[in-house]
Design a binder for this molecule. Structure first.
Ligand code: FAD
Ligand code: NAD
Length: 484
């Protein structure tokens, strides 16, 4: 006999577990299926984000930042540190403990909300039935009024640099290096390349990033991207743009495995570089392997993502899909919000999601953060706009903290003054951009932010000054445009 649920969620990453919790809060009988196992073979929740993504990478970013700060910047405050060392296994142990704590937290939330956790592989059959192959091999057919597919994504592999689980690794492998590689190569100077390149660079690796595009962070606002490139280069990241990797070969050097990478540089010249470790991080692909029976009725789009409409409804009635496995930015919070929208709609509410206001952060130091449209997008859309830029060097709190690199760029509509975008490279950019996201959600103008009283001295003052600069009224810099 099969068990019938109101909602079955497949996948317990941030899209799936949030959907499951919200569904249960709304009084729906909910189960969540997860295939991920911890190192001991036990089913574990949290998906990519908690296990090998957002959380462990931020743990390592924070550890490596503290180490680097102590070594390089404490002396500026008059603090003497004679011998600052890093114990990599201890750093990794701390990271693993954080992952465990957060993943157990999801299990706790499931229990508190009465979500039934099921550990194994889920496959969608026709008619909203789900085949569950449990971790012990037993099979069961489950039925549901609604199924939410939240199976996430996997790293893209490239034939010119096949992973070898030792020297050539993906982002997961790069969270597990047992010692600091002397020479670290990174294919792809995107989000993961910059974050994990920063981790190991701060700990002492000589980091070379080989990026195919000629523009750095090509989808970000280019003024902020250029500024970020300068700051990161100053920190020692060797970012080589316009490079096409043509091959990689594992070799022996002094009795140790290394990898020789061959590539064509931006001028068309052949070049070679030897690395102790190589991270391949050239994007992620939707994870639909084994997820859908042939007659499930769920269609994929031309890029392999599960096809959904604006409300995350798939082509099969009663089947929804959310998170990395569907179109849109591959961000944990984007998937979580889709999960909330879908479950609330299942419960009869009219929830919609605002895809125009999704903050996006790269957790380098300083952070790079954005919300809304870039200047390049506005130009292409033919939308009239005004820009206000304010540098952190003119913010007392930033200077006091020795965090004066970077700027806030605010973009507002030229006629209505409505905020259209905000792009920041600088200290606490992630939290600052969120202030603007809230303002945008409420339809604020740049003047509204300019008229808000900000505490002093704070980093937030840079947001207000950039908003004032839109109209040429910034106080703590000379304004180029002067309006009354
Ligand atoms: P996932 O988190 O991938 O979860 C999907 C789950 O479904 C997995 O647990 C998988 O095992 C399970 N599953 C798949 N198929 C089945 C099946 N058939 N049966 C049962 N279970 C199944 N995003 C941010 O917003 N901020 C960050 O700072 C950030 N940092 C990142 C750092 C790294 C190194 C990486 C790799 C990613 C990072 N991301 C970050 C991206 C973020 O992790 C993803 O956007 C997010 O995890 C997607 O959530 P999801 O629930 O859609 O999928
Ligand atoms: P990405 O899309 O951010 O960057 C991949 C980079 O690799 C791009 O710059 C691309 O031009 C380049 N590239 C592609 N093919 C190449 C090749 N053959 N040779 C050289 N360069 C090549 O992808 P990612 O860094 O792998 O991250 C995957 C996803 O995970 C991202 O889309 C992001 O949404 C998510 N993520 C988010 C965060 C965050 O929010 N802080 C952190 C990590 C990952």
């Amino acid at each position: 006999m099969s068990t019938k649920y109101d909602v079955i969620v497949i996948g317990s990453g941030p899209a799936g577990y949030v959907a499951a919790i919200r569904a249960a809060q709304l009084g729906l009988k909910t189960a969540c299926i997860e295939k991920w196992k911890d190192k001991g073979g036990k089913g574990i929740n949290g998906g990519t984000c908690l296990n090998v993504g957002c959380i462990p990478s931020k743990a390592l970013l924070d550890s490596s930042h503290k180490f680097h700060d102590a070594r390089e910047h404490f002396s500026i405050h008059g603090i003497t540190t004679n011998d600052v060392n890093i114990d990599v296994p201890s750093m990794l142990e701390r990271k693993n403990a954080i992952v465990k704590q957060m993943a157990n937290g999801v299990a706790g939330l499931f229990k508190a909300n009465k979500v039934t956790p099921l550990y194994g592989t889920g496959k969608l059959l026709a008619g909203r039935r789900v085949q569950l192959t449990a971790n012990d091999g037993t099979e069961q057919i489950l039925e549901a009024e609604n199924v939410i597919l939240a199976s996430g994504s996997l790293p893209v592999n490239i034939p010119v640099a096949p992973l070898d689980s030792d020297v050539i690794v993906d982002s997961t492998g790069a969270l597990e290096f047992q010692e600091v590689p002397e020479r670290l190569g990174v294919i792809g100077a995107g989000v993961i390349g910059l974050e994990l390149g920063s981790v190991w660079g701060r700990l002492g690796s000589k980091v070379v990033l080989l990026e195919a595009m000629e523009l750095f962070l090509s989808i970000m606002d280019q003024q902020v991207a250029k500024e970020s490139n300068k700051i990161l280069a100053k920190q020692g990241l060797d970012i080589r743009l316009g490079c096409r990797v043509t091959g990689s070969e594992i070799k022996q050097e002094n009795g140790k495995k290394v990898v020789e990478v061959t590539y064509t540089d931006k001028d068309g010249n052949e070049a070679k570089e030897v690395f102790d470790k190589l991270i391949v991080c050239v994007g992620r692909r939707p994870y639909t392997d084994g997820l859908l029976a042939e007659d499930s009725g769920v269609k994929l789009d031309e890029r392999g993502f599960i096809y959904v409409n604006d409300l995350c409804s798939t082509s099969a009635p009663g089947v929804w899909a959310v998170g990395d496995v569907v179109r849109g930015p591959m961000l944990a919070h984007k998937g979580s919000e889709e999960g909330v929208m879908v479950t609330e709609r299942i419960a009869g509410q009219k929830t919609v999601m605002n895809y125009d206001i999704i903050p996006n952060v790269i957790y380098t130091h300083p952070e790079i953060a954005a919300v809304g449209r870039t200047e390049e997008q506005l130009k292409a859309d033919g939308e009239p706009y005004n820009v206000g830029v304010f540098p952190f060097v003119a913010i007392g709190r930033a200077v006091a903290a020795n965090e004066q690199d970077g700027m806030v760029k605010m973009i507002a509509h030229a006629e209505t003054d409505r905020i259209l975008g905000c792009h920041i490279v600088g200290p606490s950019a992630a939290d600052l951009v969120q202030q603007v996201a809230i303002a945008m959600e409420f339809g604020s103008t740049a003047e509204d932010i300019g008229m808000t009283v900000f505490g002093h001295p704070t980093l937030s003052e840079a947001v207000r000054e950039a908003a004032l600069a839109v109209a040429g009224h910034a106080i703590h810099i000379p304004n180029r445009k002067k309006r009354k």
